[in-house]
Design a protein around this ligand. Structure first.
Ligand SMILES: *[C@@H]1O[C@H](CO)[C@@H](O)[C@H](O)[C@H]1NC(C)=O
Ligand SMILES: *[C@@H]1O[C@H](CO)[C@@H](O)[C@H](O)[C@H]1NC(C)=O
Ligand SMILES: *[C@@H]1O[C@H](CO)[C@@H](O)[C@H](O)[C@H]1NC(C)=O
Length: 486
């Protein structure tokens, strides 16, 4: 018998530049992070200095104009971008509209699940997300001609399957040449531990690429991580580097102030938003698990009565989101779905982004409140794009409106001089027949089986005549029409 010498696998590279040394122009790359939270910033910085071009990049969000993926778009290194949202990266939006890059827009939950499937050896999967939209039907302009004149290429329809009289869309898995993730700690074997919501897609991505590179804040000796606390086993990680410099910028600093909340917008908008949010808060019942979208819905939790206990869900991978932190207590590793700084309530849990969208897709949430550009009289919702004008992306909205979770739209009744409650949506839809209730500053509408779109409450000081003048959708007036109490 001879003694084994204790030797462990060592995947540690000396620098970010060394770790990406074999990347080439045309490589495909999957990037972790949510906005600027948990972004592999050192690897991205190193890559941005290489002058490589024609990269195909997959990331659930597209960073900002000059941070995160913005480091690559700023240097025009991307040829094709697969993401759910480019709203904070104006340069990516410009390059897309000007025909410089391909944009493959995808629902956030489907995108991260496709990457997870790639890592897990699953060819693809069927889901309900995106049915009845451009995701199922195709026709999204992937590429414009140079200079932005006309569309060079549209997305094609996806394969579908009927199950129990419902359409399911086939989503294929994603694998790539390289993947960049950011973790808090690693050991030389590549075992990873994340911190708070910086876990996000970073926990789902490892293994989806031929080479997964993890950048971490601290490399600890093999054996020092508690095996029970390891989030990603080292087998899925090929290279580890200790990041040279962590700037960890906060994308949206939000703090709790003694004066209470500040509502953005003009005084008139503030009033409208307050009315809508206060009324929506009454739909939140004790014990509910609730997802509040960005815009007016973010205000709702401020008006939920103190004796009502709810659990707030954030799509980046968090249940039990608490209020904004006290000034100075903000943590770049702890953000909500709007990338705003938040806190954790007692009983909170943090998990990966794929798990988070599983909660939505699986119908485990009770209530979702969203904003909208248009809602049709059939309950179709349009909220993610104004073709040719505003291209932000659907983010997680298509995943959320799954017809299993009650869906309340919170919006201004009209936008300047245009109606938002319409006969049919002229804008590309986020979901078909998926809205259960619409709350505006003028009234509350419910979608009912027998009467369709039904006005059930009217704001005080507003006449039915006025609502009719401001609504293109055909609606029924409930016989028990009430005054809207806020
Ligand atoms: C809304 O209704 C008011 C009152 O009838 C009217 O003055 C206004 O023009 C309407 N706005 C729209 C966008 O229809
Ligand atoms: C959602 O549910 C409603 C009521 O059950 C149904 O009428 C509608 O067709 C469903 N929508 C979709 C997209 O499945
Ligand atoms: C609604 O529009 C009609 C027709 O344009 C107009 O006669 C009426 O005064 C409007 N109602 C209100 C409340 O402004």
């Amino acid at each position: 018998m001879h003694h084994t010498i204790r030797r462990y696998i060592n995947k540690v590279f000396t620098s970010s530049a060394q770790a990406i040394g074999d990347m080439k122009s045309g490589s495909s790359l999957i990037v972790g992070g949510f906005g600027l939270c948990g972004v592999p910033e050192n690897l991205l910085r190193a890559l941005s200095l290489t002058g490589l071009r024609d990269l195909t990049v997959y990331s659930t969000l597209a960073g900002t104009t000059d941070q995160g993926l913005g480091l690559l778009t700023g240097k025009k290194m991307i040829h094709a971008l697969h993401t759910s949202y480019i709203g904070e990266n104006a340069e990516a939006e410009r390059q897309y509209l000007n025909g410089e890059i391909e944009l493959h827009i995808a629902p956030m939950g489907s995108l991260i699940e496709r990457i997870r499937a790639g890592s897990n050896g699953i060819l693809g999967f069927y889901c309900r997300t995106g049915t009845g939209t451009v995701i199922e039907e195709g026709g999204f302009p992937i590429k414009h001609f140079r200079g932005g004149k006309g569309v060079e290429r549209y997305s094609v329809a996806k394969h579908t399957k009927m199950h129990n009289d419902k359409v399911y869309v086939y989503e294929d898995s994603i694998t790539a040449d390289f993947a960049f993730v950011k973790a808090w700690k690693a050991d030389p074997m590549g075992n990873l531990v994340f911190r708070k919501t910086a876990r996000n897609s970073n926990a789902d991505i490892p293994g989806s690429a031929r080479v997964t590179i993890a950048e971490v804040e601290e490399i600890v000796p093999t054996g020092s991580l508690d095996p029970d606390q390891i989030h990603v086993p080292g087998i899925l990680v090929q290279r580890v580097i200790k990041g040279e410099q962590f700037l960890k910028p906060i994308e949206k600093l939000t703090v709790h102030t003694p004066e209470g909340i500040t509502i953005p917008g003009t005084p008139k908008q503030q009033k409208v938003h307050e009315i809508v949010a206060k009324r929506a808060a009454k739909e939140v019942k004790n014990g509910m698990v609730v997802n509040l979208g960005i815009g007016i819905p973010t205000l709702i939790s401020n008006y939920v009565s103190k004796d009502i206990n709810i659990v707030l869900h954030a799509e980046n991978g968090l249940l039990g989101m608490g209020p904004y932190p006290e000034k100075g207590k903000e943590d770049p590793d702890l953000v909500g779905a709007g990338k705003e700084t938040v806190t954790l309530k007692a009983g909170a849990s943090v998990f990966s982004q794929a798990a988070s969208f599983g909660l939505m897709r699986g119908g485990h949430l009770n209530l979702a409140c969203l904003g909208a550009l248009q809602v049709s009289q059939d309950g179709d919702l349009a909220s993610w794009i104004i073709p040719g004008k505003m291209v932000k992306g659907m983010g997680g909205a298509m995943d959320l409106v799954n017809n299993k979770t009650k869906c309340i739209v919170c919006m201004e009744h009209t936008a300047d001089d245009v109606h938002k409650l319409v006969k049919t949506c002229s804008l590309p839809v986020t979901g078909k027949k998926c809205v259960n209730m619409v709350i505006t500053e003028k009234g509350v509408f419910e979608f009912r089986d027998r009467t369709g779109l039904t006005l059930i409450e009217i704001a005080s000081g507003v006449t039915l005549d006025e609502i009719k003048n401001n609504t293109s959708a055909k609606f029924h007036v409930d016989s028990g029409l009430k005054t809207m109490v806020v």
